[in-house]
Design a binder for this molecule. Structure first.
Ligand code: DC
Length: 225
C-alpha cells in the first residue's frame, strides 16, 4: 500500500488554501479536512444560542452540546459540515459568521475542542487539512507543510467575487475590512496565532493559477511518497 502522509496548508484568509487542499486530496485519494469550517460551525452555534464567548463557563457548557462532523455529499461530491446533525455548510459561509469567527477562534477552550477533533481525524494519516495553525500546533510533525500567501488586493478580489455571487448587495469595502480584521486577529491572538512553521514551504499564488499551484504542491507531495 502507498505510504500515507499528513499534508498541512496554512495561510492568510482567502489565499486559496481550500481550493488547493481539495485538489490535492482528490489526486492523492486523501481526505480533505476544512478546519476553518469547525470554527465557523461553533460560531454559528454560539450566535444562535446567544452564548457569550467571553464568559468561560458559558463556553465550556456550550461546547458540551456541540457535535461537529463532516459528511460526504454525493450530490456536491464534497464533504460538508454538520452541526448537531444539521447540514450547515451553506450557512457558515455567510459574512455574519465571517464577522465573528476570528473572535470565537481566539478562545482557548474553543481551540482545545477543535484541535482534539482535528488530531483524531489525522490518526490514520492520508489527509490534507487547511487552516491557520495546522502545521504549527495540530500536526507539528506533518510530513509536508505548505504556507500560502497572495497579495491582499488579489485576495480581496477573489473573496468579493465569491460573496457577490451569493449576495449582490455586498461591497468590496466590506469584504476588504473583514479580511483585514480576520488576518489581524488570527495572527495576533495569544493561542496558536497564524505563523509559518519553520519547516513549511511558502507558496505565493498571486501570479499562479489553480493548475500551476497544484503542479507545484503535487511535486512536493510525491517526492515524499
Ligand atoms: O479558513 P476559514 O476562513 O474558513 O477560517 C475561518 C476562521 O477560523 C479564521 O478567520 C480563523 C479561524 N481558524 C483558526 O483559527 N484556525 C484554523 N486552523 C482554521 C481557522
Amino acid at each position: 500500500m502507498a505510504k500515507k502522509i499528513i499534508i498541512t496548508i496554512d495561510g492568510w484568509s482567502s489565499c486559496g488554501k481550500s481550493t488547493l487542499a481539495k485538489q490535492m486530496a482528490k489526486v492523492l485519494g486523501y481526505v480533505y479536512i476544512d478546519s476553518g469550517a469547525m470554527y465557523r460551525a461553533i460560531t454559528l452555534y454560539f450566535l444562535r444560542n446567544h452564548v457569550d464567548w467571553n464568559d468561560v463557563p458559558q463556553v465550556i457548557d456550550a461546547l458540551q452540546n456541540i457535535s461537529i462532523e463532516f459528511q460526504f455529499n454525493p450530490a456536491s461530491q464534497q464533504s460538508e459540515m454538520f452541526l448537531n446533525g444539521e447540514n450547515v455548510e451553506y450557512l457558515i459561509r455567510d459574512l455574519v459568521i465571517a464577522e465573528k469567527v476570528s473572535d470565537v477562534a481566539a478562545i482557548g477552550e474553543v481551540r482545545t475542542f477543535a484541535v482534539a477533533a482535528q488530531q483524531a481525524m489525522g490518526k490514520k494519516k492520508g489527509i490534507v487539512m487547511d487552516g491557520r495553525d495546522i502545521g504549527t500546533t495540530v500536526f507539528p510533525d506533518a510530513e509536508l507543510k505548505i504556507f500560502m500567501t497572495a497579495d491582499s488586493a488579489v485576495r480581496v478580489e477573489r473573496r468579493f467575487k465569491e460573496f457577490y455571487e451569493k449576495n449582490p448587495n455586498v461591497t468590496l469595502e466590506e469584504v476588504k475590512a473583514n479580511l483585514e480584521m480576520r488576518d489581524y486577529i488570527d495572527s495576533h491572538r495569544e493561542i496558536s496565532p497564524l505563523r509559518k512553521a519553520a519547516d513549511a514551504i511558502e507558496l505565493d499564488n498571486t501570479h499562479i493559477d489553480r493548475a500551476g499551484q497544484l503542479d507545484i504542491a503535487l511535486k512536493l507531495a510525491k517526492a515524499l511518497l
